[in-house]
Design a protein around this ligand. Structure first.
Ligand code: HEM
Length: 492
């Protein structure tokens, strides 16, 4: 074996205990003391190293989506979409790409129950031949707010009260009473699908509108949808209490167990596409993340399937150290001007540099599986071994050249500097239509959850009236029913 080639790895485990640097440890039971009763000698290097490592075992948990489960597998193209995109991993039916997926809840801590009413994260890292593509989505097709400026405040309102460390409805109802654009998201969160049965039985969505670019440079807007082949199943409140009461990691367990049993979770990937030249033809803004695209106008087109057939080997390395970022796209997939997406392009790499350090992309779960090269190097915890003498560009000594140019959206950008809302807010039509599409019992359960949130004694009359006005604008009957249950007058 080449002694310089291998980093520490369990493949090279020694038969006896050693220190981190490989020195034999002849007693891992007792500290080195003066006599049998102590005191302990500081020169017990092994003891000091062991404690110091233990003291530093935890890294900061994710500020959101701290609780998660991951698994590995592959994505396989089943339908030809090469007319829409030049993405290499989508080049032809039959092409497979390795993936790692992380499912998560959003608000609560790393060890919190997986039965709480909360959106679920659905993040897929495709290790393509042209670099990693991260589709960092959720299990609902829309989001609470449409401007990233609001995201930190939104998360603060949803997280526990900083004084009590308890999640409190009055804070949530207060914050969102300023944001009618959140109504649509609440028709998902407070619906029966607000607590997925587990991670296998939920849908996933890219949520934002992205751009597909084909070889000729033609761009189309696109939305991504994951549909589980085993169907969507959820827990009602009483069921969630029972499931969560007996196992607060039931969804992680379910994922692990199904993969171990060979019952591989599978999702089909569909896209909706829109001609960019038609983007102004609708009563909603297609880049507004609080809107869905009606499926009768934009039918779901099948693309491929995602199969999770391998459990992770190590939770820390493949879950805690796993780092997603919506900025990671590949040639043939591009962003749009969606303001929330634009903010996310900045925020994720920023948080990873804090949470995992500047070299987080060298960690095995995050590193590309394809060849890569640049002169970004060194820094804390850099563990690559480089032997080049030229670490600058351009150089006549370095044969590395620019990659071939790939097409990107080329339409002109222009406008005044502004800090404003989008023009077509249209906050009420889609939530109202969604509510009306449900059978009566589902509507009643939804109403009961809205009423429960608004019944928090610290929700003021003013806040309640605002919410009644919002729900009434979505659907008059919905507003009236909520008002009746709250024993107040609907003001619309
Ligand atoms: C401007 C708005 C947003 C900001 C600033 C933001 C920020 C963050 C941050 C800081 C993390 C933690 C990342 C980490 O430490 O690994 C995170 C995780 C995550 N976010 Fe967002 N987020 C935003 C909106 C969204 C939206 C709209 C979605 C869904 C489409 C989403 C889905 C996720 C998912 C799935 C994760 C967990 C990734 C994982 O499993 O590691 N976020 N977000």
């Amino acid at each position: 074996m080449d002694p310089y080639k291998y980093r520490p790895s369990s493949a090279y485990n020694s038969a006896h205990f050693t220190t981190n640097t490989g020195a034999p440890v002849w007693n891992n039971n007792a500290s080195l003391t003066v006599g049998s009763r102590g005191p302990i000698l500081l020169e017990d290097y092994h003891l000091v190293e062991k404690l110091a490592q233990f003291d530093r075992e935890r890294i900061p948990e994710r500020v959101v989506h701290a609780r998660g489960a991951s698994a590995k597998g592959f994505f396989e193209v089943t339908h030809d979409v090469s007319h829409l995109t030049c993405a290499d991993f989508l080049r032809a039916p039959g092409v497979q790409t390795p993936v790692i997926v992380r499912f998560s809840t959003v608000i609560h801590e790393r060890g919190s129950p997986e039965t709480l009413r909360d959106p679920r994260g659905f993040a897929v890292k495709f290790y393509t031949r042209e670099g990693n593509f991260d589709m960092v989505g959720n299990n609902f097709p829309v989001f609470f707010v449409r401007d990233g400026m609001k995201f930190p405040d939104m998360v603060h309102a949803l997280k526990p009260n900083p004084r009590t460390h308890i999640q409190e409805n009055w804070r949530i109802m207060d914050f969102f009473s300023h944001h009618p654009e959140s109504l649509h998201m609440f028709t998902f969160l407070l619906d029966d699908i607000g607590i997925p049965l587990n991670y296998r039985h939920m849908e996933g969505f890219g949520v934002h509108t992205f751009t597909l670019v084909n070889r000729a440079g033609k761009c189309s807007y696109v939305k991504f949808h994951w549909k589980p082949t085993c169907g969507v199943k959820s827990l009602l409140e009483e069921q969630a209490v029972i499931v969560g009461g007996s196992n607060h990691s039931h969804a992680t367990q379910d994922l692990q167990d199904s993969i171990a049993a060979g019952n591989y979770p599978e999702w089909k990937l569909f896209i909706q596409t829109m001609e960019i030249k038609n983007e102004n033809n609708y009563d909603f803004d297609p880049l507004d993340v609080t809107k869905t695209w009606p499926e009768d106008l934009f039918p779901l087109q099948p693309v491929g399937r995602l199969v999770l057939n391998k459990n992770i080997d190590n939770f820390f390395a493949e879950n805690e150290q796993l780092a997603f970022c919506p900025a990671l796209v590949v040639p043939g997939v591009y962003y749009t001007d969606d303001k929330l997406l634009q903010t996310r392009i900045f925020s994720y790499a920023d948080t990873q540099r804090h949470r995992l350090g500047p070299n987080y992309l060298l960690l095995p779960a995050n590193a590309p599986k394809c060849a890569h090269h640049n002169n970004h190097h060194e820094g804390f915890m850099n563990f690559t071994h480089r032997d080049e003498e030229v670490n600058y560009f351009p150089s006549r000594f370095d044969p590395c050249r620019h990659a071939e140019r790939v097409p990107i959206p080329s339409h002109p950008l222009g406008g005044r500097r502004e800090k404003v809302m989008i023009e077509k807010e249209n906050n009420f039509a889609q939530p109202g239509a969604r509510f009306r599409s449900w059978p009566a019992e589902r509507q009643e359960r939804f109403i009961a959850r809205v009423v429960d949130a608004l019944s928090d004694p610290r929700v003021t009359h003013e806040i309640r009236s605002i919410w009644l006005s919002y729900w009434s604008q979505a659907d008059r009957m919905l507003g009236q029913k909520i008002a009746t249950k709250l024993n107040v007058k609907a003001n619309m």
